[in-house]
Design a protein around this ligand. Structure first.
Ligand SMILES: C[S@@+](CC[C@H](N)C(=O)[O-])C[C@H]1O[C@@H](n2cnc3c(N)ncnc32)[C@H](O)[C@@H]1O
Length: 361
């Protein structure tokens, strides 16, 4: 039986308001891309250290070509990010704006996340092909992925690690100080693991990651820091099966885009010694689309899923659960893996992510 839907009369006002909103969305997309440009060129940091200045002075301070800097500044002025005095043709970044756009900014550097938008444009043609073939992609397809990820998790994981993240798991900080074995699964450039190795010299740290360039960076950084208690190994965690080797296992945003997240979680459970703890950070959205309408930056996260996390998993022949696989899915997998207890936390500084503390019997 065909159900005929009675169509409502066309609402001209609603259509025009919607068109205006879409225009604003495209405008904001361009600004997000230019945030990435400004971040990567250090322009926000340059501006933050300057009194009102001309484009020539700003370009000279940044060591960049004036004509391009002037055009970038025009984007920033029309976006109401930088203020402009037409009389003296001088630009200034208000300190209240610098507070979320510069390296080390007190509110976190939001310009870092503009890079996720920029990377989408860089891989658009590959993604279009994926839509047609249903195939996936590989990490090598994404320029600068591990650098961007390290900057991202440097803010959400490494910076709050000792004051907010590790205290989520009772007893873990004391155990680290006394000396335990730690694994970080999907460690990327290993920011968080290196910070822990420096803080807890009595413990031993291992980082596994699929990508040789990320592991190479992590090793060089650990060597430069003189860390003797840390080891990074290029390792595909598909089918991971080590037994009772670690007291603490961590994964930071590294499970949902695996080939088989459920099998990995089972493997990580098996790799823990009795009484061990698995600390897992992943995206905190719900598995149900309708629950995510007001989730922070939900559209960005679904877009990252479409362009990165889903094709990465499918490219490994995997499940393609996507970025918004859902905390419900993650929690069910943790319980199914056999953990004796599973706690879920959200940290105030990081509403996009969820933190699970799971203990092995
Ligand atoms: C979103 S990144 C997170 C990286 C890092 N944990 C961080 O927070 O910066 C996911 C990481 O998982 C790694 N990864 C993906 N599939 C993997 C696999 N099959 N085996 C090992 N690592 C994998 C990627 O190379 C990447 O570094």
């Amino acid at each position: 039986m065909t159900v005929m839907m009675k169509s409502a009369p066309f609402d001209q006002g609603a259509a025009e308001a919607f068109a205006e909103r879409i225009g604003g969305t495209i405008d904001s997309g361009a600004v997000a891309f230019m945030l990435s440009v400004g971040h990567r060129l250090g322009l926000f940091d340059t501006l933050a250290g300057m009194a009102p200045a001309t484009s020539g002075e700003i370009a000279a301070r940044a060591g960049l070509a004036e004509r391009y800097v002037r055009e970038w500044l025009a984007v920033m002025v029309t976006a109401r990010i930088v203020e402009y005095d037409p009389a003296g043709r001088r630009y200034v970044l208000p300190p209240e704006h610098a507070a979320c756009l510069t390296r080390g900014a007190p509110l976190g550097n939001l310009a870092v996340y503009g890079q996720h938008v920029a990377i989408m444009g860089a891989v658009q043609d590959r993604v279009l092909a994926c839509f047609e073939t249903g195939e996936g992609m590989a990490y090598d397809d994404y320029p600068c992925f591990h650098q961007i990820m390290a900057e991202d998790s440097g803010q959400t994981v490494a910076a709050p690690l000792f004051d907010f993240v590790l205290p989520l798991a009772d007893g873990v900080t004391d155990a680290l100080a006394a000396g335990i074995d730690v694994l970080d699964a999907g460690c990327g450039r290993g920011e968080a693991l290196r910070a822990m190795a420096a803080r807890f010299p009595a413990s031993r740290f291992v980082g596994y990651d699929l990508c040789p360039d990320a592991i190479g960076f992590a090793r060089d950084a650990a060597r430069a820091d003189g860390l003797a208690n840390i080891r990074f190994e290029r390792r595909d965690l598909t089918g991971y099966d080590e037994r009772e080797r670690f007291d603490l296992v961590t994964s930071f945003d590294a499970v949902h885009d695996q080939k088989d997240p459920e099998a990995l979680i089972r493997g990580l459970h098996g790799a823990l010694r009795p009484g061990g703890v698995y600390l897992m950070q992943d995206i905190g959205g719900s598995a149900r689309l309708e629950n995510n309408l007001d989730f922070p930056m939900a559209s960005l996260l679904y877009a990252i899923s479409c362009v990165h996390c889903t094709p990465i998993s499918l490219g490994q022949g995997g499940a393609g659960l996507g970025t918004m696989w859902g905390w419900e899915t993650a929690e069910a997998m943790l319980r199914g893996a056999g953990f004796a207890s599973v706690e879920r936390h959200v940290l105030p500084h990081d509403p996009m992510n969820v933190w699970f503390v799971s203990r092995k019997a």
